[in-house]
Ligand binder design. Structure first.
Ligand SMILES: CC(C)(COP(=O)(O)OP(=O)(O)OC[C@H]1O[C@@H](n2cnc3c(N)ncnc32)[C@H](O)[C@@H]1OP(=O)(O)O)[C@@H](O)C(=O)NCCC(=O)NCCS
Length: 288
């Protein structure tokens, strides 16, 4: 460490840290659920603010910490207009991966929703194998699956584990949507303290997509959110998922400005890959 100004404001505990200097604010933490899936340490930059031109010098402290931990993947999500920050990332080998939207339907109490045409219930553990079968094939547009530098199987595994862990999660809840005995869709939701029902993950069984079940399942889940007292529903969708965007647009969700996602990947292979091991729940704040 050579910059005494930045050093004064830098601290690090295990795999998390903050640089808070006059030039740069950068806060990072390990995402242990991703580390468990990929078999090497994975970090997430949770906040990034470039304050002046010298930010680049202070950024070097993050690189030192990252390399000391043997990190091979770092994610960062930024509001769409943070171009100084995105340029700093791009100058340091981050690659743009996607834009995401976080559409919201508010004022749920006052909305007149049709009675559900599909059955919604908390998922039982006996449903888990069928739900995992959907989850393993449904998330084809997601960043861990599409970044060509990452193993797509680890991407699929990540979403399966998220689904699996939601069954015992303290605040996330998994719902199954059925037509008779046929599983149509699943949702992993979380009721936030401000009365927002956040939809983390959801999918229609690929075998019945394109037959109108998506709209019916989403309407049934809005009904369920209203019934459980939510004032609004919010989710996160990658912009390339145009089918999902159409579902939300037609249901009347509003689209605030998007966010950009970046990945930094150290590409050389570890000597002995030990991928997709262990099981760690999504207890922190996961980026979809
Ligand atoms: C997105 C998804 C939920 C849509 O479910 P679906 O059962 O195929 O959708 P439906 O048949 O009910 O169609 C509902 C609407 O989706 C949109 N849609 C469906 N297929 C589409 C396509 N091929 N192209 C564009 N829009 C499409 C349309 O707006 C359609 O309504 P319309 O036919 O009245 O125009 C489903 O594709 C899915 O589960 N995808 C994988 C997981 C995922 O993306 N989850 C959402 C993440 S936020």
């Amino acid at each position: 460490m050579t910059n005494p100004e930045a050093e004064r404001h830098t601290y690090q505990r295990d795999a998390q840290g903050v640089i808070d200097s006059p030039s740069l604010y950068l806060e990072w933490a390990e995402t242990p659920w991703d580390t468990a899936v990929f078999g090497f340490p994975v970090l997430q930059i949770n906040r990034l603010e470039v304050r002046d031109q010298s930010a680049v010098q202070d950024y070097a402290f993050f690189e030192t910490a990252r390399d000391r931990l043997g990190v091979r993947l770092v994610s960062c999500r930024l509001p769409h207009e943070r171009l100084r920050e995105s340029m700093l990332l791009e100058d340091h080998e981050f690659r743009f991966i996607e834009m995401v939207y976080q559409p919201e339907l508010d004022n749920l109490h006052a909305r007149d929703l049709p009675a559900p045409s599909l059955d919604v219930a908390l998922a039982k553990s006996s449903c888990l194998p069928d739900i995992l079968k959907i989850a393993r094939h449904a998330f084809r547009n997601e960043r861990f699956r599409l970044d060509p530098r990452l193993d797509p199987k680890c991407g699929d595994e990540r979403y399966c584990r998220w689904v699996e862990n939601s069954l015992g999660h303290p605040s996330q809840r998994m719902y199954a949507v059925h037509e008779g005995s046929r599983l149509i869709a699943f949702f992993v939701n979380e009721m936030l303290a401000d009365g927002c029902c956040y939809w983390h993950l959801n999918a229609v069984d690929p075998e019945v997509q394109g037959q109108g079940y998506g709209r019916r399942a989403w309407l049934a889940m809005l009904y369920q959110a209203k019934k459980s007292g939510a004032g609004r529903v919010r989710t996160c969708i990658v912009a390339r998922n145009h089918r999902a965007l159409n579902v939300y647009a037609r249901l009347g969700f509003r689209f605030p400005p998007p966010l950009m996602t970046f990945h930094w990947v150290r590409e050389e292979m570890p000597p002995e890959p030990h991928r997709c091991r262990g099981s760690v729940g999504h207890k922190g704040k996961a980026l979809r």
